[in-house]
Structures are given as structure tokens and as C-alpha cells.
Write a protein that binds this ligand. Sequence first.
Ligand code: TXA
Ligand code: MG
Length: 343
Amino acid sequence: MKTTRIIVDKNVNNSKNYEQAVDLLKNGEVVAFPTETVYGLGGIATSDEAVAKIYEAKGRPSDNPLIVHIGTIEEIDRYVTDISEKAKKCMATFWPGPLTIICKVKPNVLSAKVTAGLDTVGLRMPNHPVALQLLRQLGEPVAAPSANRSGKPSPTEGIHVEEDLQDRIPLILDGGATGIGVESTVIDLTLQQPTILRPGGVTKEMLEEVIGPVLQPTHIEQKAGAPKAPGMKYTHYAPNAPVYLIAKDANEISKAIEELHEQNKKVALLAPDSYEDVAADYFFSFGADTQQDMALHLYHALRACDATDADIVLATITSMDGVGSAIMNRLEKSAGGNWYKVK
Ligand code: TXA
Ligand code: MG
């Protein structure tokens, strides 16, 4: 299958651009499209055929459920029941936006493959003009995981989708680089205590202002318990070379690189712009030294390592406040929890 990538201008509401995508989706095909977090690989969520194609194109394990994307708030009653007051508040405050809300699913409406056998489903209304235009023109719920091959960093540019899914899907709507760079926050509001299953663009602090106390288990705590978001148990966001975390300390990084060079290893360093002069073999920037920039550049930098012959990747860390907890969640996974220890 040949993959077409068409450039859609975010600022031009031209329904013609979307017709091809809508037709494909209505025929049970899959289409990649931008959201404000990362690119998604969408198929109509009521179609077994379409949802099966999503899992197949990604190489995704079938026990990992998909998020359902909607274009209007009115349609939620078609898919979910027992929507709590807290869920309603979150929808009103954060939608459209990077928040996925786990609700109780209505039986026999969505494809059973979407929920992977759970009695809940994650809903989200993305805040991206291309995604919203597509969803509204289609008028159907769209199941969409990130549009990468399973295990790879999520795509933040149309070209990343092409790298991973070339000839596996018919169409990519390319709306340029996404705005946030890490995936949506997943919050489970069917539990006794609101619980963040995956940190993301909407932070714990932001949620607590609206619904009061929210639990956010750490990566380690999540690993110890039964995985609530099934996706959390798989290796993720990993370039081919092993990733090691390191403190944002020029001295420490220089020593690490020296040691690795003594072992004849080539090093890719992922760090903010100001570390560019440290003598790594390859340098991929996290942008300015802010969490916003780091979120925006993280997946691009991780992906870029695969175009090099680096033997090891060193990635600098950030603090756990704000969107930092989402960044560290992804970085710890890509590193399998490994830190570089200077001897
Ligand atoms: O920002 C995003 O959320 C992007 C864009 C495309 O919307 N999508 C995304 O989807 O990241 P995906 O499939 O890569 O990640 C969905 C995560 C997985 O960890 C999955 O296990 C979890 O959400 N999840 C989905 N449905 C769930 C459910 N009913 N209960 C618990 N976890 C669920
Ligand atoms: Mg994903």
C-alpha cells in the first residue's frame, strides 16, 4: 500500500482537504492526523475492521486499549454511562485539550477491540484545528493511538509518521509539528480516588484546582502494582541504542563521555542547547532549558539517535513539577530506569 502525505494548513478551514480522509475512514481504513500532543493513527471506533487495522499497522499488542477521540461534547452519552460530576467538570475545563478521561463504557456500541476487554474507555477531545475539523466533518468517534510503530517514540511531526508507517497506511494528514510534544494525561475517574494513569499535558496541579485531590503513582509504584493503563507495562519511547539518564551537570556529563570514549563507545547526548559544546559524538537538543521546550523536543531527539551509529544515548533529566512528571515518565521508560554512574 502506498502512503500519501498531504499538507493541511492549520489555518485554512478547507473541507476539500479533509474529504479524502473522511472517505477512507468511512470505508474502514486508517488515517494519521495531528493533535496538539502527538500524531494519532485513527480509525472509526465502532468498526472492528478499522480498529483491527490500527493494531496491525502499529504492531501493537491487542491487550492495550485505544483512546476514543470526539469532536463535540454532546456525543459522549452515546459511548459512556455514569459520568461523574468530577468527569463533567474536567470535560468543561480541559476540553478540547490534552486530557483523556476514563469512563464507564456503554456495552455494544464501540468495537470490543477498542477497550481490549475492559469495561471502561478513555475519551478525549483534542485541541488541534486539523483534528477537530476531521472529527466534526466525519461525525463519528475515532479510536487513535499515537501513530508510531509500537515501542518507538511517539511522532510529533508528519515525517515521523512516514518513517514508521510508510506503506502500512494509506494517508497522513500533515499539519506540521505538534504543539505540546508528549501525550495527553490519562485520568481514571471511575475509581474511588481520581488517579492519573499517565502524566501528560494537563498536570496534577491543574487537575487538583478543579476536582480536588488526585493520586499520581510514580513510575516505580506503577511497576509494582497491577498496571491500570495496560500500555504502561510495555517498553516505550526507545531508540535502538540504550538510553541512560544523567544529571544536568556539565562536569558530570564530560566525565561520562570521557569514560565512554575510553571504551571506544560513541555517545549521543540529549540535553538543552547550552550543552552543545560538551564533546559528545552527536548532540540532539532539548531546546531552551525549559520544561515546555523539553516536552516539545523530547521525541524528536530520541528518534534522531536512530539515524546515527551511537552506541549509547545520554539524556539529561528535569524536575518532577508541572509537565516535568510527564517528561520524566517517558524518559525513565526509554531508559528502562537506567542512570549513568560516573566511576
Ligand atoms: O495524546 C494522546 O493521548 C495521543 C493522541 C493521538 O491523542 N494518543 C495516545 O494513545 O497516546 P496511546 O494509545 O498511544 O496511549 C493510550 C494510553 C495507553 O497507555 C493505554 O493503555 C491507556 O491510554 N488506556 C486507554 N484506554 C484505557 C482504559 N480504558 N483504561 C486504562 N488505560 C487506558
Ligand atoms: Mg503511544
